[in-house]
Design a protein around this ligand. Structure first.
Ligand code: SF4
Ligand code: SF4
Length: 381
């Protein structure tokens, strides 16, 4: 094959190419873009024809591999459980290595070092704020926290410090906060050398750690799903999402004021990690009632358009997808959207939706519980 990484996807490529497009309605990108070529069938057929040498390996064919958020909705709709995103992300690596990736991707990758340094600085200052809120942070701790580099600079809260505060409270002892990255952005860009460098640095930082608490659903999906499939190894560390910890300790969460909250199943959290109940249990506990739902939820939850670098490569399409979610939210009654994915939050905010990250909700509820007077003094929680 002229795209060697696709050899392992030959079965999926052939199935999709000869499929009557059963998943076409599931794809948020083709629904917003309106072109046949951006349906899962179109993208997989194109990759198959390039891989088999029938089409040239050039910029215009490469661009189709980035017309995907990695939402896995096509897998949900596929009788064969094919995963076009897995194939397309490997195609990205081939196109990137051949120098035919979209200009926006190349520009994104060229800023990798700068982003890494910015993130390390942001984590350093978040540690100071988390300590000021009572979090115990110790580099030698056997529990590490990965806060994620996808947070939105416009987030009205403080998601990095919130993740540290919440993780330290939930584990009940000091935590080591990692300054690095899982490599999600490099993976989405097709930058395999960057992904390998991030994975190698992360593996080194996890030596001696028993548990890694992850705040960003996309990071955990990368570690649990993308790493093993690409033979990227980590030390034997338990990987857990912060919300899984919170759901396992519901009585520790304090009540926040009643609010009209709607939960958005971020693709990585739902179809990626299979975490549907834990976030709902947390929100029901914190707000005293089950969260409202979008018209399609859980396994059929709809993408926000924020993943897979789509906002960089196809900004208009990413905006159209977010506007569709915003319209569904408004039609269902509006309120605050809570999601576990910072990139989803960022894209939805651009469409005017009020969004809070689940990790910030958990931190606020734990702090409310800490401030709560002890049981028996007549106060309610
Ligand atoms: S993912 Fe499944 S339903 Fe979609 S085009 Fe491929 S084979 Fe067909
Ligand atoms: S993973 Fe999502 S965006 Fe990508 S092809 Fe499938 S449905 Fe479309």
């Amino acid at each position: 094959m002229s795209l060697p990484l696709l050899e392992g996807h030959r079965g999926a490529l052939e199935s999709c190419t000869f499929c009557p497009k059963l998943c076409r309605a599931a794809c948020p990108v083709s629904a917003a873009d309106g072109r046949e070529t951006t349906t899962p069938w179109g993208k997989m057929s194109d990759a198959f024809l390039v891989a088999s040498g029938s089409l040239p390996r050039n910029e215009s064919h490469a661009a189709l591999a980035w017309a995907c958020t990695g939402c896995r909705a096509c897998r949900q709709a596929c009788d064969l459980r094919n995963e076009p995103a897995e194939t397309l992300f490997d195609a990205r690596a081939e196109y990137f290595a051949a120098g035919v990736a979209p200009a926006a991707v190349k520009a994104h990758v060229s800023r990798r070092s700068e982003r890494s340094e910015d993130h390390a600085r942001a984590v350093g200052s978040a540690i100071l704020r988390a300590r000021a809120r009572g979090a115990r942070v110790d580099d030698a701790a056997d529990v590490a926290v990965l806060v994620g580099c996808g947070v939105d600079a416009d987030d009205p809260g403080d998601p990095l410090a919130d993740a540290i505060v919440a993780a330290a409270q939930l584990v009940g002892r000091p935590v080591a906060v990692l300054r690095g990255c899982c490599g999600r952005d490099s993976f989405a860009a097709g930058d395999r050398p960057g992904l390998l460098a991030d994975a190698s640095a992360l593996a080194a930082s996890l030596v001696g750690k028993n548990t890694l608490v992850v705040a960003d659903a996309e990071c955990l999906e990368t570690l649990r799903v993308a790493y093993p499939r690409r033979e990227l190894a980590l030390p034997p560390t338990e990987l857990v999402h912060l919300v899984e910890l919170a759901a396992a300790g519901l009585p520790r969460l304090g009540r926040l004021g009643a609010a009209a909250v709607r939960y958005h199943d971020a693709c990585a959290m739902g179809r990626g990690l299979g975490l549907y109940e834990a976030p709902r249990q947390v929100l029901a506990r914190v707000f005293g009632a089950a969260p409202a739902e979008l018209p399609r939820s859980r396994e059929w939850g709809t993408c926000s358009g924020g993943g897979g670098l789509l906002p960089e490569t196809m900004p208009e399409v990413a905006r159209t997808i977010a506007e569709s979610r915003a319209a569904e939210h408004a039609a269902a009654g509006g309120g605050i959207v809570v999601t576990a994915c910072p990139r989803a939050a960022r894209n939805l905010r651009k469409s005017g939706v009020e969004v809070r990250l689940l990790v910030s909700v958990v931190a606020a509820s734990l702090e409310a519980a800490s401030a709560r007077p002890a049981l028996g003094d007549g106060s309610a929680g």
